[in-house]
Write a protein that binds this ligand. Structure first.
Ligand code: GRG
Length: 296
């Protein structure tokens, strides 16, 4: 492991605790929320996770001169959207997975109806958290719009629909288009919201976006490689599924070695995009390296 990645892991471990305290606080629901619904939302939201998206929000805000406290509602909101997508993705009608984040999937622990509703609850609560935050109203509105676009029909949901299609074109270009929306959009919007909270310049937002596109794609390539390697205990989910389901993957299309070098060169591109931030982007640089060095 490279030196700055191990430093990043210490920083990330501390930031993760703060994010998880905020997730707990923002899911303390009023008395009209059925206790079992709150339990199901928290079951998935607070389960073991790398918390990459909230970390990206906090680190982008830091790189643009803001702080953890101001950025936390956006960090919480994107983690809620991510968790809802995992709950729904695991449902029998979608990827049909029994294991997620090292524990039974929501529909296995509760039931299908409750899993759908826990996902719906997190999706809507994310926008309540953002819009009721102490952010200036213009920044809150821009964050809400950006998050809705990234998670919606032209973003994550659209990518999922194209990925579920039986007759999808088997080209690298199409695979990248799916992943840019299904996985990449939430990475990019995490960085964008960090920038918006900090009232970043257009140049700063553009640099963060380039960085986000590169690490989003690198993340997905590594995800496919980890699936091939198949360490279920480390990943906390089923592995070697992609082959069995005839899924399009990078190792399947361009081979393992080419996938590894592609992920590596994307990380270099991501880091190069951050030069104008100087030392303030130290954590973002280390996170990019972590994305390719991770084993879960
Ligand atoms: C159901 C609307 C809807 C969308 C689902 C993102 C997605 C679309 C599905 C997730 C399925 C999946 C395994 C995608 C591959 C990449 C990915 C997003 C993995 C999970 O993210 P991590 O590794 O998870 O950051 P943790 O648990 O660490 O937060």
């Amino acid at each position: 492991m490279t030196a700055n990645v191990s430093g990043f892991l210490d920083y990330a471990a501390t930031a993760r605790v703060t994010v998880e305290q905020a997730l707990l606080q923002f899911t303390t629901m009023g008395s009209d929320c059925p206790p079992r619904l709150q339990e199901a939302m928290r079951y998935s939201l607070l389960a073991k996770s790398k918390r990459l998206r909230p970390l990206l929000v906090l680190m982008a805000a830091e790189a643009c001169g803001s702080n953890e406290q101001e950025a936390m509602p956006a960090a919480v909101a994107v983690e809620m959207i991510h968790t809802y997508s995992l709950i729904h993705d695991d449902l029998p009608a979608m990827d049909d997975d029994d294991l997620r984040r090292g524990q039974p999937s929501s529909h296995k622990q509760f039931d299908e109806g409750m899993a759908i509703l826990a996902g719906d609850g997190l999706l809507t609560l994310a926008f309540e958290v953002l819009s009721c935050s102490t952010l200036p109203p213009a920044a809150a509105a821009r964050c809400c719009a950006a998050l809705a676009q990234a998670a919606g029909p032209c973003g994550m949901v659209g990518g999922q629909v194209d990925d579920l299609a039986d007759d999808k074109p088997e080209t690298l270009e199409h695979l990248m288009h799916i992943h840019a929306r299904k996985t990449g959009a939430l990475f990019r919007v995490s960085l964008k919201m960090g920038g918006l909270v900090a009232d970043a310049t257009d140049e700063q937002l553009a640099a963060l976006d380039t960085y986000g596109s590169c690490i989003g794609l690198a993340f997905q390539i590594v995800d496919d490689l980890l699936d091939v390697r198949g360490d279920e205990a480390a990943l906390g989910k089923r592995t070697r599924k992609d082959d069995g389901h005839g899924k399009l993957t990078y190792p399947g299309m361009i081979g393992i070695e080419a996938s590894e070098s592609r992920a590596q060169s994307l990380v270099e591109q991501a880091c190069a995009a951050l030069t104008s931030f100087g030392g303030r982007a130290e954590h973002l640089t280390a996170l990019a390296r972590y994305v390719v060095e991770r084993n879960r």
